[in-house]
Ligand binder design. Structure first.
Ligand code: WQD
Length: 326
């Protein structure tokens, strides 16, 4: 019931799927379930459990006719992973091993995995294609690489596995209802929630990490994708797996790069307020540019992102200013 999972639940329910959510609420709120039901007018089964508890997973697979799994569960803050590597490997990798073991035991071999562009490390060029070299610069990225490798080895061991690895670029935005959105339980790490907090007045200014990058305006360039477009890619990937065995990785982005300053100005237009900012030193581990070549997903999944930067900012501002977050 986190940021990506909650938006994907909406799209799954709207597409007529039955959905069971397993979430330990370490970075989400139980109240999100009722908001998903409010948006879709469909019933959602929510189980408050930790995927690391394999016996709990085994009972869930015994009690329900599960056809496929979408795996979003994991910690995802790069900086935090550098401070707490064991927690990241324990939650992300050990949790995935428990989940995959329970799936295998239950004979459920279809999975869409929430991976990340972080697995590309510092790309030599952009745009990034799926065959780029993989590397990690932090335990979070390492954990995603390890889980991708585990899934590839599963597929080698048993041709019955159907696996889509979705490498997210930068998810932003919120559902148009304003009822669900990015709601980090601690201080936000990512750009959009921070800008939104400046706009709301609960943060004084945005500190822009570096304006001396070799980019259009010196600030970092990323591939921001609306979370609803990202959620729809999961539905398309699930449909694709019905006719595709083995493992395939897909870049899920827009294929467009946008700088920090461009995002900031787009947000000012969305909220009709100035967003004060200050250039500070680069953030360790940041790269200059990161955006996707999305042609494989467009071709294989018959999917492409439809929402632009302006809509992303309008939807974030609606979510932030309505304050429906507890
Ligand atoms: C975006 C841009 C910053 C905050 C991370 C993870 C990645 C994925 C998405 C999980 C960069 C700049 C940011 C601030 C700033 N998460 N920035 N001031 O680092 O591209 O990717 O989130 O899968 O794995 O690495 O996203 O939102 O932190 O930064 O100037 O206060 O905004 O330098 O150029 P990032 P971000």
């Amino acid at each position: 019931m986190g940021y990506i999972g909650s938006h994907t639940c909406v799209e799954l329910l709207d597409a007529g799927h039955d959905v069971i959510v397993v979430d330990n609420l370490s970075n989400s709120l139980a109240s999100v379930a009722s908001r998903i039901e409010q948006i879709t007018r469909k019933k959602l089964d929510f189980i408050n459990a930790d995927i690391r508890h394999q016996t709990v997973l085994q009972s869930i697979f015994k009690q329900h006719q599960i056809e496929a799994v979408m795996h979003f569960a994991g910690l995802k803050a790069v900086g935090e992973s550098l401070e707490q590597p064991l927690s990241y490997y324990e939650n992300n990798v050990t949790g995935s091993l428990a989940l995959f073991g329970a799936m295998l035991e239950a004979g459920v071999k279809t999975i869409v995995f929430s991976s990340s562009a972080t697995v590309y490390g510092e790309p030599a060029t952009v745009p990034i294609t799926e065959d780029f070299p993989l590397s990690a610069t932090n335990p979070y990225g390492e954990s995603k690489l390890m889980i991708e490798k585990i899934l590839r080895d599963l597929a080698i061991s048993d041709s019955g596995w159907r696996i889509a690895l979705l490498r997210y670029f930068n998810p932003v935005g919120a559902h148009e209802s304003g009822l669900i959105g990015e709601n980090p339980l601690g201080a936000p790490n990512n750009l959009l929630p921070l800008i939104a907090q400046v706009a709301e007045g609960c943060r004084d200014l945005l500190r822009i990490y570096g304006n001396d990058y070799p980019t259009v305006d010196g600030t970092g360039v990323r591939d921001y994708i609306h979370v609803v477009d990202l959620a729809c890619a999961h539905i398309k990937a699930l449909e694709k797996l019905a006719s595709q065995q083995g493992v395939v990785a897909y870049n899920i982005g827009t294929g467009q790069g946008t700088s920090v300053l461009e995002i900031l100005h787009a947000f000012e237009a969305a909220c009709q307020k100035p967003i004060p900012y200050q250039f500070v030193t680069r953030r360790p581990g940041d790269i200059a540019q990161c955006f996707a070549d999305v042609s494989l997903a467009e071709h294989d999944l018959a999917w492409r992102a439809k929402k632009g930067i302006a809509e992303m900012c309008v939807d974030v501002w609606r979510w932030q200013s309505r304050g429906v977050r507890s």
